[in-house]
Design a protein around this ligand. Structure first.
Ligand code: NAP
Ligand code: MG
Length: 403
């Protein structure tokens, strides 16, 4: 059998711990035997990040901007314990944070639907994709504790030294205050990423804020989305028969619970933090959730939504068997391959991605799965597989689907 040809390389970002082990198994068993895999390899494992003073992360983000599509393995975000464990020269920033800042992107997360793992919200028939704005608001705030009576004001000083003031509150006793911001540029990028992703995936887009209460702050989000929609995306949406729908955040939450899914829900930073955890836990498992970073210029980086699964890695190091779910990492590869195939006009690559996903899901649907899924499945007579055997079962299923 001849291997499927690729044209442009994918940017491959290797990572850490158990997901690094899965990464190699996936390549060896599910990709290299079937596809003439072209990648430009960057080792974002913590050891190599430390050797390069984290330059490798910056280089991988630059390569992503050059080629347009990347696939990333989960990586350790160092904390004090990791600095000690890996004898790090410094406590490097989160690679995802660095890459996101360079690509100016928005993260879209969607659960992977499979028969046997049903969301606990019964009417959710199709996945709900969550888009979270990743800049500003309460995540870049300033706060103060007020000890006693006095006046709190917002003060803006322009470049010429002119002040604008707005009264926050006249305190007659102790209290608290908070200041936060966002920028027009960041909100515009967020809006463009969301509209573009909706067009790419042919799904309607919902967006919600609390503009009735926050008449300047949240209302600006609403206005920017509407202006960009009208000027740049309305025609495309109408052609595809999808809609842009704005409503109040409380109305959106109520509607989401009653909807059947199949749309993108764009959220401000805090709403996205909270709602993505709600959607993912309602769908069962973080190991069944894909994540893609999309920049406003149309650059894509695919990854799993979970971390490096540290606890399983230490078992693996002790020679014990693990049953780590590789589905989200496999879908990161298929997402990237399909996008690469689309951009290069190579239908064979897209077709391979479709078949690998199909093979993965049919293994689960036949009752063969990793332990995390066995704990939540509605299927009976389930066979729990270890990390390696699960991937091997997918390989034999894939071989049946390929010519
Ligand atoms: P985690 O790696 O997502 O794992 C948390 C727990 O969730 C695991 O211990 C495991 O539960 C379960 N789990 C997650 N993925 C699984 C999978 N594929 N198969 C089976 N079970 C899975 O999160 P963490 O332990 O908080 O973080 C570990 C490291 O990952 C940290 O160093 C963190 O910085 C990094 N991290 C990276 C990313 C990223 O690169 N995008 C994201 C988050 C965290 P049981 O142990 O109960 O089996
Ligand atoms: Mg959260």
């Amino acid at each position: 059998m001849s291997k499927i040809e690729m044209k442009t390389p994918l940017v491959e970002m290797d990572g850490d711990e158990m997901t690094r082990i899965l990464w190699k198994m996936i390549k060896d068993e599910l990709l290299l035997p079937f596809i003439d895999l072209k990648t430009e390899y960057y080792d974002l494992g913590l050891v190599h990040r430390n050797e390069t003073n984290d330059q490798v992360t910056v280089d991988s983000a630059n390569a992503t901007m050059k080629y347009g599509v990347a696939v990333k393995c989960a990586t350790i975000t160092p904390n004090a314990a990791r600095v000690e464990e890996y004898k790090l020269k410094e406590m490097y920033k989160s690679p995802n944070g660095t890459i996101r800042a360079m690509l100016d992107g928005t993260v879209f997360r969607a659960p992977i639907s499979v028969k046997g793992i049903e969301p606990c919200v019964k009417n959710w028939k199709k996945p709900i994709t969550l888009a979270r704005h990743a800049y500003g608001d309460v995540y870049k705030n300033s706060e103060m504790k007020i000890e006693g009576p006095g006046k709190a004001e917002l003060v803006f000083t322009d470049e010429n030294g002119n002040e604008t003031r707005e009264l926050i509150h006249v305190f007659d006793g102790p209290g608290i205050i908070q200041g936060m911001h966002n920028t027009k540029k960041s909100i515009e990028s967020f809006a463009r990423c969301c509209f573009k992703y909706a067009v790419d995936t042919k799904q309607s887009l919902w967006f919600a804020t609390k503009d009735t209460i926050s008449k300047k702050y949240d209302h600006t989000f609403k206005d920017i989305f509407q202006e960009i929609y009208d000027a740049e995306f309305k025609a495309d949406f109408e052609k595809l028969g999808i809609e842009y729908f704005y409503t109040l955040i409380d109305d959106a939450v109520a509607r989401v619970m009653k909807a059947e899914g199949g749309f993108i829900w764009a959220c401000k930073n805090y709403d996205g933090d909270v709602m993505s955890d709600m959607v993912s836990s309602a769908c069962g498992s973080l190991a069944m959730m894909t994540s893609v970073l999309v920049s406003p210029s149309g650059v894509y980086e695919y990854e799993a939504a979970h971390g490096t699964v540290q606890r399983h890695y230490y078992k693996h190091l002790k020679g014990e068997e693990t049953s780590t779910n590789s589905v989200a990492t496999i879908f990161a590869w298929t997402g990237a391959l399909r996008k690469r195939g689309e951009l290069d006009g190579i239908s064979g690559v897209c077709d391979f991605a479709d078949k690998l996903e199909k093979a993965t899901l049919s293994v689960i649907e036949s009752g063969r799965m990793t332990k995390d899924l066995a704990l939540i499945t509605s299927l009976e007579n389930v066979k729990i597989l270890n990390s390696q055997d699960f991937i091997k079962e997918i390989r034999s299923e894939l071989e049946k689907l390929l010519p």
